[in-house]
Design a binder for this molecule. Structure first.
Ligand SMILES: C[S@@+](CC[C@H](N)C(=O)[O-])C[C@H]1O[C@@H](n2cnc3c(N)ncnc32)[C@H](O)[C@@H]1O
Length: 264
């Protein structure tokens, strides 16, 4: 083959070859482009998944930490209240009447006898560290409707910090109407008492109930808990209607709630 014909031949072949090669190259380039785009998508998707998992984990950790923190603070408060109670009982066992605060179960049972839909204040006597107060609020009695009468100055300080919108009156519940003079703008819809009544003679308990009813609207209850099997307010000759709940076993010691009303 002459040099000229070889050139023509190779030139023609290389054009076809180049054409074929460029198509293949274009296809490969396309495929590479698609694969690269897929890869970018997959990486973005993976990143999104990682971020979602991270947020979920962070959220769970945060909410578990918050729950733990609130449990620790609840336990601290409970321990603090138990300690305050024991101290108060050591200082004055007759007045404190118990070595531990009422359980939430007993407090809820007491509050259950108060109708939150009725307007007017609720008087609590002997609130101590406030478990019954809390149950009353939980029942739907707003804090500003509560008049708390407590003898112990330490408990009053604690109650003022815990229930800033309630009226805390430091004084003697056995002289209720005198103690509450100027604090009660209208008659109350209930008196809820945790006083250790059995530490006082029957005549004093009767006098307390009689005085309390002068501060209550017609048909309103005087609610009292007791560890005893007999009525803490002497019923004979009182003319009061009374009702005793079943025993609340989730309290140390088990207790029951008495509800007294004046006949209408
Ligand atoms: C058995 S504790 C009950 C405390 C709280 N309500 C509870 O259920 O855990 C009795 C409370 O009545 C208070 N108290 C006793 N005699 C009182 C009186 N004459 N006037 C007002 N509060 C009195 C005590 O200081 C104490 O806080």
């Amino acid at each position: 083959m002459s040099l000229t014909s070889h050139r023509r031949h190779s030139h023609g072949q290389s054009l076809a070859a180049r054409l074929g090669q460029s198509r293949v190259a274009a296809r490969i380039e396309d495929e590479v482009r698609v694969t690269a785009a897929d890869l970018v998508d997959s990486v973005a998707e993976a990143r999104l998944k990682v971020a979602t998992v991270r947020y979920k984990v962070q959220d769970e950790v945060r909410s578990k930490t918050e729950k733990l923190r609130s449990r620790v603070s609840e336990a601290r408060t409970k321990l603090g209240d138990e300690a305050r109670f024991i101290k108060s009982w050591i200082d004055d066992p007759m007045r404190t009447g118990s070595v531990t605060p009422s359980s939430p179960a007993l407090a809820r049972r007491m509050a259950s006898f108060v109708d939150p839909s009725l307007p007017g204040p609720v008087i609590e006597i002997g609130p101590g560290t406030g478990p019954v107060t809390e149950a009353l609020i939980e029942r739907g009695i707003s804090e500003d409707r509560l008049i708390l009468v407590e003898y112990s100055p330490e408990f009053c300080k604690l109650l003022r910090a815990r229930f800033p919108r309630a009226t805390v009156v430091e004084g003697d519940a056995y002289a209720l109407s005198t103690t509450l003079a100027g604090h009660l703008q209208e008659k109350a819809i209930a008196v809820v008492s945790s006083l250790p009544l059995f530490n006082q003679p029957p005549a004093m308990r009767s006098a307390l109930a009689k005085d309390a009813f002068t501060l209550l609207v017609e048909g309103a209850p005087f609610v009292q808990f007791t560890y005893s099997v007999v009525s803490p307010v002497p019923r004979k000759g009182s003319g009061l209607k009374s009702f005793a709940s079943d025993w609340v076993l989730r309290n140390i010691p088990p207790a029951r709630v008495w509800v007294y009303r004046q006949p209408v």
